[in-house]
Write a protein that binds this ligand. Sequence first.
Ligand code: HEC
Ligand code: HEC
Ligand code: HEC
Ligand code: HEC
Ligand code: HEC
Length: 425
Amino acid sequence: MFLLPERHVSQGTVRVVTTAGSLLIVAALQLPGRAAGGTPGADDMIEFPLGAATPPEDCGTCHQAIYREYEYGFGSDMQNKAMVYQSLKDERLNLPHSGSTAPSAHAFAGTDPFPIHARGAEEEGKTCNVCHFPQPFKLPDLETAETVKPTPRPAQQQQVGVTCTSCHLTPEGAIRGPHAVEAPHASVQEPAMQTSAMCAYCHSLGKRVVGKQTQTFLEWREDFAKPGLGRQQCQDCHMPRTVRTTAEDFNQPARAVARHLWTGGHSAQRLGSALSLTLLQPAEDRASLEFHVINLGAGHSVPTGSNRRGIHLQVEAADASGRIAARQQWLFAPWYGSRPDDRAFLEEDKQRPDAVAATQADAQGPHESSIRAGEERVLGWQPKLPPGAYTIHANLIYDLNRYNDPAFKDDQTALSRTALAINVK
Ligand code: HEC
Ligand code: HEC
Ligand code: HEC
Ligand code: HEC
Ligand code: HEC
């Protein structure tokens, strides 16, 4: 059942009531576009005293379609299934019921049990809240060399996750948007909202280190935008637009408005457009194969972001009777730190403040790095096969948590599956 926040309008007075029942404001408000003389006076402006912790319902009373996308994933194919942290015996981490299978990741950021559990298990909650629940921030310059951590919200204000005001409230207390508008709240036009600068703060951390986790914005800037692979900003791929009014009851002109969906690792549609896989036998009759994994669709590395993400390439050679004669697999994933994950560091890891997280990554050992924007990665395989006819099967599988038991499939998405018949002499 979908709940849209309630809203009452009568004779130029707006009374906004949230689903939580808390009265946001009762003001004698001149509705822009309705009342003669238009612009509301400063005294009539709605204010948001909770800052970045303002419940999204408070905005959804007027911006209904955007709220529906953010809160319920309207128009997306997102699937938020249960997760297990490590072993199949673990208790399943289920999203609290929200009435929809598909809230956007920003909407459930405050209640997503996976990061909350990881924070307790890995870092005692120390540093995670900076991106998962920040205070209002200034948009950084697109050319900024290093992304600093935003300021975290106090613990009691984290539940609401990445809210409308996380992105839209300026430190001065105005609502920023891409256009110059007349609104019942203090508004400021900020064209940079339509650029990747809007996402940089939370989707990258520190300096550019090729291969490391939390580098999405920097991967976009250095590997995709600068060399000219494409002109798309993050929004062009992750917030596709439609024509509509932004505040349904206000008679403002319709215009191109961004859908607030941000599909990523929980969307088969999104994942399916990222990579292509080609399998070939370069020399006839030889047991030698090549797998070409090509980043065709992402404006950054794949997988990107959290070190927990991984893509498995699993290959098998089946003989004429269907028996598996040889197997191989590769993992593509961001490194946890500034160097490749490696078992050689397991002893050293014990001394680190983030021992659990570092050990988890190093214990998995060396693996392929993520595939950069526009990159074609070629992997060779020379299985020992007696002469005969074989079918080579190759599977590319996305994994939301590469550290849990691979037998747990609910966090995996099949990306592609190919086969090639070969002869070996
Ligand atoms: C009482 C109704 C109301 C509430 C509550 C409200 N808004 Fe608005 N908002 C409007 C109207 C009306 C406009 C002007 C729309 C237009 O011109 O298309 C607007 C404009 C905006 C814009 C600028 C749009 C653009 O095209 O640049 C943004 C961003 C925005 N609101 C965000 C928010 C956020 C975030 C909240 C909650 C913290 C919120 N609004 C709460 C009515 C409201
Ligand atoms: C630099 C900002 C930043 C910091 C700091 C940060 N995160 Fe995240 N985290 C993100 C973003 C952005 C995502 C979204 C997915 C992605 O980029 O891979 C995410 C995703 C996750 C996920 C996967 C969630 C899912 O639904 O699959 C987990 C788990 C997680 N973070 C845990 C943590 C923990 C634990 C910490 C503290 C040690 C932490 N994060 C610190 C930005 C951050
Ligand atoms: C205030 C910090 C913040 C900002 C700003 C932000 N994000 Fe996020 N984003 C997050 C966090 C935290 C998560 C992970 C939430 C979770 O999985 O629990 C996330 C998740 C995502 C995901 C989904 C990943 C998945 O696993 O499904 C996408 C896609 C995404 N963000 C894109 C964007 C884009 C594009 C922008 C800029 C328009 C942006 N984000 C701005 C913090 C932020
Ligand atoms: C992760 C950051 C983020 C969050 C969270 C977010 N927005 Fe936005 N919003 C944006 C960006 C970026 C744009 C501009 C998109 C574009 O046109 O490129 C935007 C645009 C808008 C606009 C103007 C319409 C347009 O596309 O020009 C309104 C109104 C708005 N948002 C309201 C909301 C409301 C209400 C919520 C919460 C339900 C919300 N936003 C949550 C980033 C965010
Ligand atoms: C050309 C289109 C395109 C552009 C531009 C783009 N992305 Fe993506 N994004 C994708 C595709 C395809 C995927 C799925 C593959 C993957 O997870 O890497 C994706 C995945 C993601 C994820 C999901 C990671 C996860 O762990 O679930 C996040 C977060 C994200 N993008 C953020 C961004 C940000 C931030 C920007 C801008 C700095 C951006 N994207 C620019 C296409 C794009």
